[in-house]
Design a protein around this ligand. Structure first.
Ligand code: GUN
Length: 297
C-alpha cells in the first residue's frame, strides 16, 4: 500500500454491515421470528450508560427488538443471576448482554458463565471462547470481529503480516489474537500480543505491519513507534479532561492520531473507527443467535 494516511472509515463500513443485518432481520420477520436483544446495565457508570443507549438505538433502527434492564448499583449477585436465568429460558429473547464493568461486589466470571452460550452475543462465555480458539466459531467477539471487517472492507489482508496487538484483555486483545492467527481468510497473521510487562515495546511496535492499540492509555502510540507504511488500528476510547469542550472532556484514542497519520499507510480515527463496528457486529450476532435459537442456523 503506497498511499499515506488513508482513513479507515468504520462508520461507513458499519453502515454496510447494518444494511446487511437489516435485510436478515426482514427475512426472519417473514418467518415469524423477531430478533430480540436483552441488555442489562447495573449501576450508573456514565460511559456504560452511553454505550447501552447506543445499543438500543442501533437495534431499533435495524428492526431488532431490544429491552434494557437497568439495575441499581447495589443489586445482589444472586438477583442478577435470577434475571439471567429467566432470560436464558425466555424464547422471546435471543441475545443477552451484561454491560461491563460490573460493580465490585459482583463476580464478572460468575455472571458470564451464567449466560446461555447460545445467547452470548458478546462471545464472552468459555464455550464460545473455546470454539473461537479451535477455529469453529459460533458467535464472534464484537470488537475483534469489527476490526477484521474493516480490514476486509479495505482489502488489507493480514496473511503473513506481523500484527502487533497492544493489550491482552478478554474483550479485545486475546480474542483478536485468536482470530488473526487462525488458518482462515483475512487471518493467517503472525501475531504478537504485547502488554504492560513487555520489554522494548517501542521497537516491537516499529516491527509491526499491522499495529492494533487496545490498552486504554490515551495516545500511547507515538509516531516514532510506527513503521512507515504500517496499518494502525486504534481501539481506545478514552475520556480526557478538556476545559475547552462543552462536556469538560473529549474522546481520544490510544494513538497520537495526527502525528501517526503522517507515517501510517492507513489508520482508524477516534471516534468513527472501531467504535461503530462493535455495535454493528453486536447487531450481526443478535441475528445469528436468533437464527440459531430458532433452529434456522
Ligand atoms: N464494556 C466495554 N466493552 C464491552 C463489550 O463489548 N461488551 C460488554 N458487555 N461490556 C463492555
Amino acid at each position: 500500500m503506497m498511499q499515506k494516511g488513508l482513513l479507515l472509515n468504520g462508520k461507513s463500513v458499519a453502515a454496510h454491515v447494518k444494511e446487511r443485518v437489516a435485510q436478515q432481520v426482514h427475512e426472519l420477520n417473514k418467518k415469524g421470528i423477531y430478533p430480540t436483544l436483552s441488555v442489562i446495565l447495573v449501576g450508573d457508570d456514565p460511559a456504560s450508560a452511553v454505550y447501552v443507549r447506543n445499543k438500543a438505538r442501533a437495534s431499533e433502527k435495524l428492526g431488532i427488538r431490544s429491552e434494557t434492564i437497568r439495575l441499581d448499583a447495589a443489586t445482589r449477585e444472586t438477583d442478577l443471576l435470577d434475571i439471567i436465568r429467566s432470560l436464558n429460558e425466555n424464547d422471546q429473547t435471543h441475545g443477552i448482554l451484561v454491560q461491563l464493568p460490573l460493580p465490585k461486589h459482583i463476580n464478572t466470571d460468575t455472571i458470564i458463565n451464567a449466560i446461555h452460550p447460545d445467547k452470548d452475543v458478546d462471545c464472552f462465555h468459555p464455550r464460545n471462547v473455546g470454539l473461537l480458539m479451535l477455529g469453529q466459531p459460533y458467535l464472534l467477539p464484537c470488537t475483534p470481529a469489527g476490526i477484521v471487517e474493516i480490514l476486509k472492507h479495505y482489502q488489507i489482508d493480514p496473511s503473513g503480516k506481523h500484527t502487533v496487538i497492544l493489550g491482552r484483555s478478554n474483550i479485545v486483545g486475546k480474542p483478536l489474537a485468536n482470530m488473526l492467527v487462525q488458518k482462515a481468510p483475512y487471518a493467517n497473521a503472525t501475531v504478537t500480543v504485547a502488554h504492560s510487562r513487555t520489554q522494548n515495546i517501542d521497537a516491537l511496535c516499529r516491527n509491526a505491519d499491522i499495529l492494533v492499540a487496545a490498552l486504554g492509555v490515551p495516545e500511547f502510540v507515538k509516531a516514532d513507534m510506527v513503521r512507515e507504511g504500517a496499518v494502525v488500528i486504534d481501539v481506545g476510547i478514552n475520556r480526557v479532561e478538556d476545559a475547552t469542550s462543552e462536556k469538560d472532556y473529549r474522546l481520544t484514542g490510544d494513538v497520537a492520531f495526527e502525528a501517526v497519520k503522517q507515517k501510517a499507510a492507513a489508520i482508524t480515527p477516534v471516534p468513527g473507527g472501531v467504535g461503530p463496528m462493535t455495535i454493528a457486529m453486536l447487531m450481526q450476532n443478535t441475528v445469528v443467535a436468533a437464527q440459531h435459537v430458532s433452529g434456522l442456523a
